[in-house]
Write a protein that binds this ligand. Sequence first.
Ligand code: ATP
Ligand code: ZN
Length: 297
Amino acid sequence: MKPRDRLRIAMQKSGRLTEPALELLKRCGLTFRQSRDKLFCFGEGEPVDLLLVRDDDIPGLIAQGVCELGIVGRNVLDEFRLTAGRESEPLAELRPLGFGRCRLSIAVPQEFDYSGPAQLAARRIATSYPGLLGAWLREHGVEAGVVTLAGSVEIAPKLGTADAICDLVQSGGTLVANQLREVDVLLESEAVLAGPQNMPADERGDLIALLLKRLDGVIQVRESRLLLLQTPRAALDAVTRLLPGGPQPTLLPVAGQPDQLMLQALCAGEVSWRQLEEIKKAGAREMFVLPVEKMLA
Ligand code: ATP
Ligand code: ZN
């Protein structure tokens, strides 16, 4: 790798991952000046620049050292890891990012009688993920024909070029529209931060460490909720026992009501309606669940 003192992050130029990825980087305190060709965005505050590319190119760009990091679907990263040559720089999934969730699944025509992977023996399966599909078939000891297609995989059974498909599914709407049904999941995917397995031993390594720290803070905050409620002192134990996991709650006196307390608790995840109902039954009232904007422990 050529020594460079600025970090480059590759992300999808236009697609499902673009908006959430930009939003996440913004929350990490990174801002960019968009260049006119819109391929390269210069980082303003920190020495971190953006490369806007097709998502499929991202792992290769990291492996070639054109950029250090990338935001890409686990499906694309894992496919690259399975199909890249041995001489290619090994890549790592540094963090799951919690958006762009989907599954890589096997889907078959409605009338296909599917009871397990063995049913796919000697069939033709169309996919854009021959690496992941091949690994899954081997794992199940199934020999099938893999038909690699760049896109529109879901119409292959109708065209008669495949008996089943292996494709990304989110809501399942595309499958239903093509009279297909999802029968097996190969991979649960989401956007991830991808990077080299061996971190660069110069300033870029320090920048990556700093970015990971901020990212962890942002992800933790994004999933945190602040729970506020009032409870009679007598019900405090019962209420506290029902609180979702998190650090010890803070208790505050309520003016003019010595038998009441105000309780404040940081919760590690969403607080459900059912949990709120139970806390209320235990004696709490005036309950608020608030999103957390920033947090500095
Ligand atoms: P390009 O190659 O031009 O960057 P694309 O068409 O390959 O774009 P998108 O359709 O935007 O890419 O999908 C990008 C990523 O979003 C996928 O690799 C996957 O990780 C994720 N994703 C989430 N839901 C879906 C879905 N229903 N279909 C396809 N991808 C999905
Ligand atoms: Zn793509």
